[in-house]
Ligand binder design. Structure first.
Ligand code: GTP
Ligand code: SPV
Ligand code: MN
Length: 609
């Protein structure tokens, strides 16, 4: 089989040849990222039953994919970091010895593409050739992964041409692990969503390589995203003095036309896409979208932190996305979308929980079964997603294509917390900000396997995504202070606090603009703040709640800091931090003691609203 490609760097050709020899596909196709290629592959997938073409009048250029019911989210238990030394992966990652893992992978990939086509997808994370951008090549036997990568990254000819002699690029091997011909030449029929019960999402941070086997879904299969842009890139950033973060990126313009850039880290399915596309309810404010999931940030020569969104599309959570919560996303989804695991309407359109107030009388659910409002299970899988080009977002900022990125004025950390954590607080300094990021915990969502609702630590929203020891990661963040003469301010937010009756105390979504406005007022030096043990909070009156239907008692509850439950929270955090042993930076333990001391002193005042 020929794997030659005119214009491809010999390093790429040699690697493609090696992977093909191992995985034994029938054919090798070099992808150019063109619209014709997209049409050819989607047509082929419609014929194979992998995609359903949606009604052209209702949802032009769009498709529905239904995954296997066993392949619906990231598999954290099968995600591996193979660093030479175990301690470099840290206590929160699944470590594997690199040589042993390589052998194991050679076994599972042996013949894994038999009977299939192997696609070669060159891609750039960030604008091709940009100073913060990086190159990669994914090979995959999944046409779904190919078309998704085309939406999510900058794939094709330009990216391939950027790889010359000596250019660094990240090789990423992906197979769904469902060969159509076995070792003795027996054929087996294909299925709509091929995958394998055995899964590997493997990273070699030192040699900067990725191998993914057995899954065709999201972050397991679109290797530019979590595997490269977070796990491998975070390890690169540590070596090279920059940051790869699970953060949205927005440009905020206030009524006086002052511009602020905010980056925000929330765990998976905790509101990044929604905040990235926020439509302010406060008059005169504008929020423009740069990124909704990943930010790469580097100190510039003036000591400021500059960020790009390395992606080119959005892989967003469908359930909960509706006209009342995220109208911008709804507009963005009106055409040219690949939906996965949402429900199908009888007229060939899509639906999911939360899309419209009115629930359709009849649907075909994400598993292809009849569904009515009386059905016991949701019509869309809770981790159902849309894949769409960023350019389609009505609120997209031109900065997305600026290779130099934007200066980050503030970093926000948040999680899904029904108790304790205030609506908004500001860290008094960088060290307290790093502590705030490190102390994030959040109720588990459907974005990964696990028990939904269970509280788990998710420092910096990076627990599943750091390519190295989380304690070294904390130290790297603390060390950024020395590289930044103008570091961003750091805030904590929590849209998810609930009353005793279980209802959300804060309306969220567009109303989050009120919190964004307070943050910007702080950045502009327009308002003061009240010190509490856990950070600076708004002076009542400075948070604009005009016209908001939230009782004063709820506002008070949103900011209530109960010394007893907070002390318990800190005790628990101390136990968590102890997992990192001697590597945990002293600055974090010192800050923890400070907060504990201030809670004990109880010198601060709980405000009246
Ligand atoms: P990933 O793509 O997994 O990283 O998720 P994400 O962080 O981008 O989360 P997303 O914005 O998609 O939101 C996930 C879920 O949280 C959706 O069901 C949203 O409707 C819901 N959500 C987002 N923002 C808010 C909010 O302000 N309040 C409430 N109550 N729910 C919210
Ligand atoms: C997340 O889980 O944070 C996602 C979806 O953004 S995935 O790409 O599957 O990781
Ligand atoms: Mn995410």
């Amino acid at each position: 089989m020929s794997v030659q490609h005119p214009g491809a760097d010999p390093s790429v050709v040699a690697w493609v040849r090696r992977v093909a020899a191992l995985t034994q596909p029938d054919a090798v196709v070099w992808c150019d990222g063109s619209a014709e290629e997209f049409d050819r592959l989607t047509t082929q997938m419609v014929e194979a039953g992998t995609l359903i073409r949606l009604n052209e009048d209702l949802r032009p250029g769009s498709f529905l994919a239904r995954s296997a019911p066993t392949d619906v989210a990231r598999v954290e238990s099968r995600t591996f970091i193979a660093s030479r030394r175990r301690e470099d992966a840290g206590p929160t990652n699944n470590w594997r010895e690199p040589t042993a893992l390589r052998e194991e992978l050679a076994g599972v990939f042996d013949g894994s593409m038999r009977g299939r086509t192997m696609y070669v997808v060159p891609f750039s994370m960030g604008p091709v050739g940009g100073p913060i951008s990086q190159l990669g090549v994914q090979v995959t036997d999944s046409p779904y992964a190919v078309v998704s990568m085309r939406v999510m990254t900058r794939t094709g000819t330009d990216a391939l041409a950027a790889i010359g002699p000596g250019t660094a690029w990240v090789p990423a091997v992906h197979s769904v692990g469902f060969p159509l011909v076995d070792a003795v030449g027996r054929a087996r029929p294909d299925v709509a969503w091929p995958c394998n019960d055995l899964k590997y999402v493997a990273h070699f941070p030192e040699s900067r390589e990725i191998f993914s086997f057995g899954s065709g879904y999201g972050g397991n299969a679109l290797l530019g995203k979590k595997c490269f842009a977070l796990r491998i890139a975070s390890a690169m950033g540590r070596e090279e003095g920059w940051l790869a973060e699970h953060m949205l990126l927005v440009k905020v313009t206030d009524p006086d036309q002052r511009v602020f850039h905010l980056a925000a880290a929330f765990p998976s399915a905790c509101g990044k896409t929604n905040l990235a596309m926020l439509r302010p309810t406060l008059p005169g404010w504008q929020v423009q979208t740069i990124g909704d999931d990943i930010a790469w940030m580097r100190p510039d020569d003036q000591g400021r932190l500059r960020a790009i969104n390395p992606e080119a599309g959005f892989f967003g959570v469908a359930p909960g996305t509706g006209w009342s919560t995220n109208p911008t996303a709804m507009q963005m989804l009106d055409r040219d979308v690949i939906f996965t695991n949402v429900a199908l309407t009888d007229d060939g359109d899509v639906w999911w929980e939360g899309m419209t107030e009115q629930v359709p009388e009849h649907l075909t659910d994400w598993r292809g079964r009849d569904w009515t409002p009386a059905s016991a299970t949701p019509a869309a899988h809770p981790n159902a997603r849309f894949t769409v080009a960023a350019a389609q977002c009505p609120s997209i900022a031109g900065d997305l294509d600026d290779p130099a990125g934007v200066v980050v004025d503030a970093v926000l950390f948040g999680g899904r917390r029904r108790t304790n954590v205030p609506l908004v607080s500001q860290a008094p300094d960088w060290r307290a900000g790093v502590f705030l990021g490190a102390s994030i915990s959040s109720e588990q969502t459907a974005a990964a396997e696990g028990t939904v609702g269970e509280l788990r630590h998710d420092p910096f929203a990076m627990l599943p995504f750091s390519g190295y020891d989380m304690a070294d990661y904390f130290a790297h963040w603390l060390g950024m202070a020395d590289r930044l003469s103008q570091p961003p301010a750091v805030f904590g937010v929590n849209w998810f606090r609930r009353g005793e009756d279980g209802r959300y105390l804060w309306p969220g979504f567009g109303e989050n603009s009120r919190v964004v406005a307070w943050i910007c007022a702080r950045l502009a030096g327009q308002v003061g703040a009240l010190p509490t043990p856990v950070g600076l909070v708004p002076v009542p009156g400075d948070l604009d709640v005009a016209g908001l239907d939230v009782p004063a008692a709820d506002l008070a509850e949103l900011f209530a800091i109960d010394p007893a439950t907070w002390t318990a929270e800190l005790d628990e955090l101390e136990t968590y931090f102890a997992r990192f042993g001697d590597k945990l930076p002293r600055d974090l333990t010192r800050r923890l003691e400070e907060v504990r001391g201030e809670l004990r002193a109880a010198r601060w005042e709980q405000r009246r609203w």
